[in-house]
Write a protein that binds this ligand. Structure first.
Ligand SMILES: NC(=O)c1ccc[n+]([C@@H]2O[C@H](COP(=O)([O-])OP(=O)(O)OC[C@H]3O[C@@H](n4cnc5c(N)ncnc54)[C@H](OP(=O)(O)O)[C@@H]3O)[C@@H](O)[C@H]2O)c1
Length: 334
């Protein structure tokens, strides 16, 4: 039985990675924090390991403990990360610095796995060109537009410069599915009969359903590839109205459409950021978020997924949203 360590196992994507690892017959080690919830990690086959990535020494100590217990990992999926942060520095600290500590500790403890997948983000490359509408491609120069994407890119740069380290990088676009909390706000808004848009320009969005993303990551682990990166989407593109249409149809709801002009969003973001900055925090709507909201082209290249991994998404948005909404309803979120 092969051992796999999944960091960020307590979160949305992490819990699905754990489920798939168990399904595929791995001995799954869930990398969590002392404070992490184990609510989505109830299967008794899961082994828990606590990691504090804040210093290399702490990670080394945790890995040495693993060695003493004869635990070695053939595969590691480093999925722990921050998509939103109270303080700007948290993005860099968690997404980049912690990743460096983790890899340095693996090397120092002689615990380098056969494959190490870093869960990055399309945000590391930023949106595509709004004029040409072309997808972001693997050979493009990365151009992240907010701190989250920049922190992922910095981690990627550290990883890809390593000699003799068996890395793979997966850069998902927006991931949705059961348990997810951000797109959930959109679903909830539609469920309440409101259909908000930001700015008058049409946006092209891309998505990947969490189960497809997880399948893709395991295909990458099982493949012959090392030192390779992929963008991850379901291969389709969705005008923002279509996302709303699909949701309305699945919920059986009628909505009132309205558009908030970009300048209003920008004003709220700028003022909010200045005020919250006095307390050293960052509001949910901030200038980074504004930059993301105003970007119109979130297409990314997916052909390498099929060519390298034989991956084709099983879920398009319609099928994935249907399954997601059923889960929210079953769990009484909606
Ligand atoms: N969701 C998306 O649309 C999307 C798109 C592209 C990439 N990604 C990437 O996918 C990964 C998982 O995201 P998610 O959507 O599943 O988010 P999530 O539900 O918030 O899960 C994040 C996980 O990371 C852990 N984590 C956060 N800070 C940590 C720290 N300082 N030390 C150790 N663990 C820490 C969390 O642990 P606790 O439970 O203890 O907080 C949690 O298990 C992230 O790397 C994210 O950047 C997500």
């Amino acid at each position: 039985m092969k051992n796999i360590l999944i960091t960020g196992a307590s979160g949305f994507i992490g819990s699905f990675l754990v489920e798939e690892g168990l399904k595929q017959g791995f001995q799954v080690y869930a990398g969590i924090r002392q404070s992490s919830s184990r609510g989505y990690l109830q299967d008794e086959r899961i082994q828990f390991l606590e990691f504090d990535f804040s210093t290399r020494e702490k990670v080394v100590a945790a890995l040495e403990e693993c060695k003493r217990n004869n635990i070695r990992f053939q595969y590691i999926i480093h999925n722990a990360g921050l998509t939103k942060a109270q303080k700007k520095a948290d993005f860099y600290n968690v997404n980049c610095r912690n990743t460096i500590h983790f890899i340095e500790a693996l090397i120092q403890s002689d615990m380098v796995p056969e494959k190490f997948v870093f869960v990055s983000s399309l945000a590391a490359y930023g949106p595509g060109n709004p004029e040409t509408g072309q997808p972001v491609r693997l050979n493009d120069e990365p151009n992240p537009i907010e701190l989250y994407g920049k922190s992922k890119l910095e981690a990627e740069r550290y990883i890809t410069a390593l000699q003799d380290f068996p890395w793979l990088i997966v850069r998902p676009t927006g991931v949705y599915g059961p348990k997810e909390k951000d797109y959930f706000i959109f679903f909830q808004t539609i469920n309440r009969g409101m259909e908000p848009y930001i700015g008058f320009k049409k946006q092209t969005l891309t998505f990947i359903y969490v189960r497809d993303l997880v399948r893709l990551i395991y295909l990458a682990l099982a493949s012959q590839h090392v030192k390779k990166a992929w963008f991850a989407s379901d291969g389709k593109e969705y005008p923002s109205e279509l996302f709303a249409e699909i949701t309305k149809k699945a919920l059986g709801k009628k909505t009132v459409k309205f558009t908030v002009p970009l300048f209003i969003v920008k004003t709220i973001a700028t003022i909010g950021e200045s005020v919250a900055g006095l307390w050293g925090s960052t509001p949910i709507l901030n200038t980074d978020k504004y930059n993301v909201l105003k970007s119109t082209n979130w297409r990314c290249e997916v052909e390498p997924l099929e060519n390298d991994l034989g991956f084709k998404a099983e879920y398009d948005l319609e099928k994935g949203v249907q399954e997601t909404l059923e889960w929210y309803k079953k769990e009484k979120w909606l």
